[in-house]
Design a protein around this ligand. Structure first.
Ligand code: CUA
Length: 159
């Protein structure tokens, strides 16, 4: 069977594209730790604000020194705001929404998750350096979506 030269070239290009696409996934997952949620937890969105955990959002230091941030994203703010966490310790974020889908992105880090009514989003990360980060909602959630910003303050040791 004779394969035309141009056919061979385009077969090569198609194979190369597949390799590039697969490599992009591997690099994103390996080098940048970008991956789907590993956590599925549900909550009744109509009672979030009376929930023992999410009715009283805030930052709690655990006995082992780790930190849990319980946060509610609602039209059009984050509670708590600002979020104050210590540097150099694992911080677990637990988020939910009582109304519509919001986003939670800590600008300048790879923290970025959807906040979906009915579900608790959870991820853990630590912040090496003290400083301030902008927090933005990156899912269109209504007329004042563009005003839905917050602040995360990473405190150094002794602050
Ligand atoms: Cu909340 Cu956009």
């Amino acid at each position: 069977m004779r394969v035309d030269l141009y056919e061979k070239i385009w077969m090569g290009v198609a194979a190369a594209l597949i390799v590039i696409f697969l490599a992009a996934i591997v690099v994103a997952a390996g080098a940048y730790a970008i991956h789907p949620q590993s956590h599925v937890e549900t909550i009744d969105p109509t009672t979030v604000l009376e929930d023992p955990e999410f009715g009283n959002p805030g930052v709690a230091i655990q006995p082992d020194g780790s930190v849990v941030v319980t946060l509610v994203a609602e039209m059009f703010f984050f509670d708590p705001d600002p979020i104050e966490v210590p540097a150099g310790r694992p911080v677990t974020f637990r988020l939910t929404s009582p109304d519509v889908i919001h986003g939670f992105e800590i600008v300048g880090t790879n923290a970025n998750t959807m906040v979906i009514p009915g579900y608790v989003s959870e991820f853990t990360m630590s912040f090496a350096e003290p400083g301030e980060h902008l927090v933005v909602c990156n899912e269109y959630c209504g007329l004042l979506h563009h005003n839905m910003v917050g602040k995360l303050i990473v405190q150094g040791v002794g602050e």
